[in-house]
Design a protein around this ligand. Sequence first.
Ligand SMILES: [Zn+2]
Ligand SMILES: [Zn+2]
Length: 547
Amino acid sequence: MKQHKLRIVPLGGLGEVGKNMMAYEYGENILVVDAGLMFPENDMLGIDYIIPDFQYLLDNRRKIRGLIITHGHEDHTGAARHILEEINVPVYATPLTRGLLEVKLARGGMLSRINLNTVHAGDIVEIGPFKVELFHVCHSVPDSVGLGITTPAGLIVHTGDYKFDHTPVDNWPTDYAKLAEFSGRGVLALLADSTNSTRQGWTPSERVIDPAFDQVFREAKGRIIVASFASLISRMQQVANTAQRHKRKMAFAGASMVENAKIARKLGYLDIPEEVLLPIDQALKIDPSEVVLMCTGTQGEPTSIMGRLSTGANRQFDLIKDDTVILSSHPIPGNEESINRTINRLFRRGANVIYEAIAPVHVSGHASQEEMKLLLNMLRPKFFIPIHGELRHLRQHAALAQQVGIPAERIAVIENGTIIEVSQEAMRIVERIPGGYIFVDGGSVGELGESLVREREILAKDGFVLVNLALDHTTGRLREEPEVITRGFVHAKDNDDIMMEIRRIVIDGVKANNNGRLTQELEQVLKSFLFNRTRRRPMVFIKLIEV
Ligand SMILES: [Zn+2]
Ligand SMILES: [Zn+2]
């Protein structure tokens, strides 16, 4: 067999937090690890989510032997549907990860078409020339795994998201023995989670949340509403346990929460007794002091249940007197502002809000610095590539690796699209491919260019002005007075003069027009007029009807 070098192709999650996806390529074979999404920052309006640019996979589709998913979080599973729509390859996942993925595939109507394979921590799976050993890791969703990938070039360890929690909610710690065994065999390259590389010390155990929850449950006079991610199954378990200790019933609100909880219970990863769990409509009828609701919306997303509760726009239920809201999460970088706005609104609407900054109602599922050093020391890899994180996280992780004795020339800090080649002798950057974004907007993939995102930004900030223009198709003269509509720009009522002037500009423009470019020219003239008058730049639309 001809000796090839192993190519490591980062398609997502390097240089950003979210949309994790990595391809390992050896000769004519590619193994893809994870296919995640990223939620847009608040300045990308109307975008549901972002997935990795997977053109590289499309170009090399015949080489792809499989997709393996490390755990059930959306930043590892959320793009799978879109990629599998284009490239139907076998998918490998542990039972809970598979269950959570199936919920997504079923929504896309493609569950029956996909070749899904259940694998377990401890299993060895042969995928093309890759021998993949799955090892259990602790994280904030059960059934998470890291991967030991034996390639013809050597052993690669890919951690996925992990932490070293000695007392995890599901009592299943990270598989240290397997890590030690890998070390004994010699690790060619380690690719490890960098999300928390700027946090000193150790990430606290999930258990530290319990006393904080207990205190909130003890003191709450009315209803408790806990917001978290729909895929944070461990947190659901903790809320359920606390509910039982304090004799409260529990209900999930929102489709993704309800579906994920259902599948996790069915598969035995979420233990909530039948008598504790109520459907939401029943939970809303019982005494508020006897119930806890769980919903999504910890990141200030306006369309989530918590977002809608904060503005009074939730249909099924509203905030009531004595509600206590717990935001059990950590802000994703970039979301801080919208989260704080949501917290302020919730307070304003009468809720008592408990969040990470004022009580330990959340712990991270990711390793901190001391855990990262422990992992590096345990595995002693020849080469090290930090993954999962913004450039600053990756850099800091690289610095930690140097502290524990890995020479700088054996560490590669790279971002999406930079391909690395590894052999026993050397690691080097070989190629750059596009590592950008694909926007997903209500199910349509990639149709939104950056220009449309920018337009939506303007709309949100400065609103728009729409002029309805009815012209006589024979004379080109106005049939009636032009109609001016504005939204989000200025109040038409208080700005009679501006409205009058807009109408005058339009009437003059119609009279003077003789070149067939009426709408374009009017738009330009109105834009500069409006900017000069108001220092704002609303979008201007001319709707021309010829009758
Ligand atoms: Zn995760
Ligand atoms: Zn992740």
